[in-house]
Ligand binder design. Structure first.
Ligand SMILES: Cc1cc2nc3c(=O)[nH]c(=O)nc-3n(C[C@H](O)[C@H](O)[C@H](O)COP(=O)(O)OP(=O)(O)OC[C@H]3O[C@@H](n4cnc5c(N)ncnc54)[C@H](O)[C@@H]3O)c2cc1C
Length: 327
């Protein structure tokens, strides 16, 4: 029978990407009992190498996570399980006991665990433009971030496809790396200031819609076919996917959301990573589409430490109450 006053874990972390594993590291180093549950589908799994990550530039993103898991092995309070969290319920909602705190967390293997705090670091899904041939090249020829993949295609032929959110800045950032850049408006309107800014720096503007992305015999990006059948040879295509946070658990628990300026509706967290639902925290890409690997690691690091601090506060209050009872 479950002991209500002693949940199995201090913190359950949903997601073992850079944010989740960094939080686990801070909590493990504070002797917290931590369970990380990870489906193993990090956002950058499509990329052979990650960049802009100091000390790890041009290395495999999956190797970073494997190394992170190995490092967590030093901390006996931390457990990492492969699997998915399918449901989380506040104990106060699931249990008539008004004193109940914390969460019940259900895993896809049918087990339910109890925890004092819940941290969601489940990341986001990139909803790609629906152009035939584009999705197959995601992360290898088709990119989102000039800082992540731009250097590798410097001096090459670059195309930037306009997205739902205005993204001519992607073309301007890529112009820093190549003098052969074309901005495809995809039929979207483009204001005069933007147009003159692009043309002034030698960025071509292509108004004809993109019909198809073509590959060469090796399956690598080769050209873009326009609606009238003409093709433009390119070496890289930058797109602006719609960011769709994997936040079903946060929404089901009633956490407040707000529109993000870069598109999409994201959970609202304070500077520490706390949502407006007591005991529920979030970090990384599930909170902010701009979160890079270092940004996600920093968020997880800080949120892990802040969660530990609130657990300590709770323990101070409990110790004072116990001392008062004893006297
Ligand atoms: C193609 C591409 C290339 C990129 N290249 C770079 C780069 O070079 N440098 C850089 O800094 N950034 C890069 N990024 C961005 C980088 O991927 C993200 O910043 C980073 O992955 C965010 O970390 P995170 O921990 O928030 O989420 P993620 O890394 O996405 O990790 C979330 C984890 O949670 C798991 N999960 C989700 N739901 C559940 C659930 N219910 N139960 C259990 N587990 C769950 C997922 O499977 C995943 O393993 C790139 C992104 C893309 C798309």
């Amino acid at each position: 029978m479950e002991n209500r006053t002693q949940p199995q874990y201090d913190v359950v972390i949903v997601g073992g990407g850079p944010a989740g594993l960094s939080a686990a590291l801070m909590l493990g180093r504070s002797r917290r009992r931590v369970l990380v549950v990870d489906e193993g589908r990090p956002r950058n799994r499509f990329a052979g190498h990650m960049h802009g990550v100091l000390g790890r530039d041009h290395t495999s993103p999956l190797e970073l996570l494997a190394e992170g898991r190995r490092e967590l092995g030093r901390y006996d309070g931390v457990e990492v399980r492969d699997g998915a969290v399918v449901r989380a319920t506040r104990k106060a909602d699931a249990d008539a006991d008004a004193e109940a705190t914390g969460f019940l967390v259900e895993l896809d293997d049918g087990t339910t665990v109890t925890t004092r705090r819940l941290l969601v670091t489940s990341g986001l899904r990139d909803e790609l433009p629906e152009v035939p041939g584009l999705a197959e090249l995601w992360g290898r020829g088709v990119f989102v971030c000039p800082y992540c993949d731009g250097w590798e295609v410097r001096d090459r032929r670059i195309a930037v496809l306009a997205g739902e959110q205005p993204n001519p800045h992607q073309a301007q950032l890529m112009r820093q790396l190549s003098d052969d850049v074309v901005f495809l408006t995809g039929g979207r309107p483009i204001d005069d200031a933007t147009r003159s800014g692009l043309l002034a720096r030698g960025i071509r503007i292509e108004e004809r819609p993109l019909a198809r992305v073509e590959t060469d015999a090796e399956g690598e990006l080769a050209a873009l076919e326009l609606a009238d059948g003409e093709t433009i040879p390119v070496d890289a295509l930058l797109v602006a996917p719609v960011p769709a946070p994997l936040d079903g658990l946060l929404r089901a628990l009633g956490a407040a959301h707000a529109e993000h300026p870069m598109g999409g509706s994201f959970v609202v967290v304070d500077a520490m990573g706390r949502t407006d639902v007591p005991g529920l925290w979030a970090a990384g890409n599930v909170t902010d589409p701009r979160s890079s690997v270092p940004f996600a690691m920093a968020g997880g690091n800080f949120t892990g430490a802040a969660m530990n601090a609130t657990l300590v506060e709770e323990e101070i209050a409990a110790a004072i109450a116990a001392a008062a009872d004893a006297s």
